[in-house]
Design a protein around this ligand. Structure first.
Ligand SMILES: [Zn+2]
Length: 105
């Protein structure tokens, strides 16, 4: 977590400082983390919330859909996908390489 000293008289005022996350067990530990080494007053803790946000987007929706499928359906989709991948990316390259090996290019 990050802490920030809000004591305007402190040389560490308004400076974000990264400290280890509080273990949640000992209030004294939290006190030690929050105490400003410069002015000895308690700093304000800033908790990062990004981890709790739900990721959104097409990829995740598609993934959720696949996750809810039966194993047979999944196999079909994945097979279709890898075939499309082969047609789009691997096949043209392979053909190019084949031609190169034969010496036509
Ligand atoms: Zn301070």
């Amino acid at each position: 977590m990050k802490v920030i000293c809000k004591n305007t008289n402190c040389q560490e005022f308004d400076k974000e400082v990264e400290v280890p996350d509080w273990d949640g067990l000992h209030s004294y530990g939290l006190f030690m983390l929050k105490q400003c080494p410069s002015c000895k007053k308690l700093r304000k803790a800033i908790y990062t919330q990004s981890l709790e946000e739900e990721p959104k987007g097409f990829e995740n929706v598609a993934f959720a859909k696949i996750a809810s499928m039966t194993p047979q359906e999944r196999k079909k989709i994945l097979k279709k996908r890898s075939n499309e991948h082969f047609q789009k990316h691997i096949k043209p390259r392979k053909e190019y390489l084949d031609r190169a090996i034969i010496g036509k290019e």
